[in-house]
Design a protein around this ligand. Sequence first.
Ligand SMILES: NC(=O)c1ccc[n+]([C@@H]2O[C@H](COP(=O)([O-])OP(=O)(O)OC[C@H]3O[C@@H](n4cnc5c(N)ncnc54)[C@H](OP(=O)(O)O)[C@@H]3O)[C@@H](O)[C@H]2O)c1
Length: 250
Amino acid sequence: MSFKGKHIWITGASTGIGRALAKKLDADGALVSVSARSEDKLNSLVSEGQNIRAFPVDVTDVSMMNAAIDMIADRAPIDFVVLGAGAWTIMDSDQMDMAPIRTGMEVNYFGTLNAVDKLIPMMKTRGVGHIAIIASVAGYRGLPRSIAYSPTKAALINLAEILKVELEPHNIGVSIVNPGFVDTPLTQDNPFPMPGLMSADEAAEALYKGLAKRKFEISFPFGFTLVMKMLRVAPNWLYLFVMRRIRASI
Ligand SMILES: NC(=O)c1ccc[n+]([C@@H]2O[C@H](COP(=O)([O-])OP(=O)(O)OC[C@H]3O[C@@H](n4cnc5c(N)ncnc54)[C@H](OP(=O)(O)O)[C@@H]3O)[C@@H](O)[C@H]2O)c1
């Protein structure tokens, strides 16, 4: 399926995966609307594209989000949304800091819900639409040093499972996007090895292909996410054995 003529709204599009996806969809002839907090970065993206328009927003601000969604829908009805705004802070449970933990949940989970809450009635009225939520393989099960991140992504995977079944009768599709490691500003300070690390362009290509097929789960890269999927269904004793070894090494 081509995205030509479709209107796609992407949050978290100022950098990384969202930005690369916006450029790819723009090259495909889509109408692309992009959001994040950094207006300057969004404007530079707009200047590089043909049909990209910027709608700066903080996804945690409900009234700002509602106003932005109204403006985006005024441009053209929203066919696809890719909700990728995300925050990651490395943290150990013996050095807990509630502020970044709350920010992680506010941006990753409630920031996504702030969009979904407003979009569902709009899409239901039209009887068409597709919602893609970027979670992570870190949401499959608890990962060491991810107390401010892993639970937020688990919540998103759970949310997508609910939405998929409940929105199907309204002809609204749902995708959950579970990347492995991608080389973006989010991961640039990670002090540990990142197996299967891919570029933002490679991640955007995989996301684009999955979205075009309207797949429910879009995960990449294949090898690393396969290992994570196997660990997801592994018995607790095996999972905890592997996690203890990983925790000791990072
Ligand atoms: N990179 C990876 O290895 C990886 C792996 C799995 C999942 N993911 C997920 O993929 C998504 C994209 O991440 P990325 O790797 O492309 O990282 P990134 O380049 O750091 O992108 C994060 C985006 O979120 C935006 N953002 C953060 N807080 C926001 C807020 N309060 N309101 C609006 N926008 C906000 C940032 O823009 P502003 O700062 O301008 O607001 C930026 O555009 C995230 O959900 C991330 O958790 C990434």
